[in-house]
Design a protein around this ligand. Sequence first.
Ligand SMILES: Nc1ncnc2c1ncn2[C@@H]1O[C@H](COP(=O)(O)OP(=O)(O)OP(=O)(O)O)[C@@H](O)[C@H]1O
Ligand SMILES: [Mg+2]
Length: 243
Amino acid sequence: MLRLEGVSHAYDGRRVLHGIDLELSEHRIGVIGANGSGKSTLARTLNGLVLPDEGRVWLGEWNTHRHARRIRRRVGFVFSDAANQIIMPTVAEDVEVGLRPLKPGRAETERRVDRILQRYGLAGHRDHPAHLLSGGQRQMLALASVLATEPEVLVCDEPTTLLDLRNSRMVHRVLDTLDQRVVLFTHDLDLLAGFDRVLVMDGGRVVHDGAPAGAIDFYTRLMDAAADDPAAPDPPDLPGGRT
Ligand SMILES: Nc1ncnc2c1ncn2[C@@H]1O[C@H](COP(=O)(O)OP(=O)(O)OP(=O)(O)O)[C@@H](O)[C@H]1O
Ligand SMILES: [Mg+2]
C-alpha cells in the first residue's frame, strides 16, 4: 500500500504541496483538481520522480527517499504525453526494454511482447518506428510498456488529455480491466465512474476525499466559485469537504 506522511514540496521556495497525509489502498483512486493545484507534483512523489522536501512516501516498508529504484519498479507511471516515455526506436523494442529487469529469457520475451502488443491493438505495428505512431497509439504503447513490467500500482497523470474520444475510451477500457491498483490524475471526469475513491486537490492540499459523485460535485462547486471570483486568494469553505 502507498502511504504519504506529511508530504510537503516547494519549487524554488514556492510551496505547492502542504503536509499531505494519505493511505492509498483502494483498487481505483482518482485525483482531480484545478490546473496548478499540485496533482502532477503529487503523482510524481508516488514513485520517487519528485522527492518531497518534507515527509515521506512509503510503499510498504520502503520509502522513496531511500528505495526509489525498488519503488519505481513496482509503481508504474504513465505521462499524458507518451513522447516523454517512449525510449526505443521500434514499438516492440520499447515493450521489450521494460521486460529486461524481469529477465524472462529470449523466447519468453518474444512471447510476452507479442501478447502485449496484441492486447493493446499494436500487433500490426510491431516493427514500426515508435515515433511514427499516432498520438493515441503512442499512448497505448506507453501504457503497454509500463504494464509489461507488471507493476503493483499504476499511476497515470492525465493519460487521455491528448487523445480523441475513441482512444480515450480505449485507455478507459484498459484501465478498467487491470488487476493492478490504479491512481489516476485526470481532468476527464467521465473516467472516474465506478472508482472506489476520488480525491479533490486545491492549492496543494486534499480538500475532499470520498465517492466519485460527491467528489465531482464538490470539485464543480469549487470551480464555479473560483470562476465567479477569479481574484479570490483562497478556496471558499464548502460544506462536505475534509482537509
Ligand atoms: N518543475 C517545476 N518547477 C517549478 N515549478 C513547478 C514545476 N512543476 C510544477 N511547478 C508548479 O507547481 C504548481 C503545481 O503544479 P502541478 O504541475 O503539480 O499542477 P497540476 O495540478 O498537475 O496542474 P495541471 O492540471 O495543469 O496539470 C504550479 O504552480 C506549477 O507552476
Ligand atoms: Mg498536471
